[in-house]
Design a protein around this ligand. Structure first.
Ligand code: 5GP
Ligand code: ZN
Length: 155
């Protein structure tokens, strides 16, 4: 997609600091890093987000290869972040505007966390505690129903 900034980066129309590439996936440094080495792992296929990745019967052989290559590249970049910077790493994937996604081309953030570096951003653990067990169970039931529906649809 010519109006997609990541498609343009992958095509070489916009410069990037590349870390890794293969037939299906490219990794490059984030221009606005949360930590030194903050990388983006991006499939060459333009999928908007994780929710729009083809699944089930809708997934072609190439889709399946890309899905596998994407996970492999995320694994590789995470292992390399640990090797290179001697600490840990965070993965971040934002799906949808509500999820904080600003570039609508699927990508995973690999954020190296060096020893002694800044504390990773808090994800506000406990910020949405359930008011009751019944509320928790209702949320779980709604989630499970969506999982079952997707599986029934072959997705
Ligand atoms: P999102 O919020 O969609 O998960 O993350 C998009 C990321 O892409 C942001 O961290 C942002 O800094 C990065 N980004 C946006 N435009 C460019 C660009 O032109 N080059 C690079 N290298 N990163 C970009
Ligand atoms: Zn794109």
């Amino acid at each position: 997609m010519s109006d997609c900034i990541f498609c343009r980066i992958l095509a070489g129309e916009i410069p990037s600091t590349r870390l890794y590439e293969d037939d299906r996936v490219v990794a490059f440094l984030d221009v606005n890093p949360m930590a030194p080495g903050h990388a983006l792992v991006v499939p060459r296929r333009h999928w908007t987000d994780l929710a729009s990745v083809p699944a089930g019967a809708a997934a072609s052989a190439e889709d399946l290869e890309t899905r596998a290559a994407l996970f492999e590249a995320v694994r590789l970049l995470s292992a390399a972040a640990v090797r290179a910077f001697g600490g840990g790493a965070n993965l971040l994937q934002c799906t949808g505007v509500e999820g904080g996604q600003t570039v609508p081309h699927l990508h995973f953030h690999v954020i190296p966390r060096a020893p002694g570096g800044p504390v990773p951003p808090a994800f506000e653990s406990g910020a949405a505690r359930y008011a009751s067990d019944a509320e928790r169970d209702a949320v779980a039931a709604r989630f499970r129903a969506a999982i079952e529906a997707l599986r029934a649809e072959g997705r």
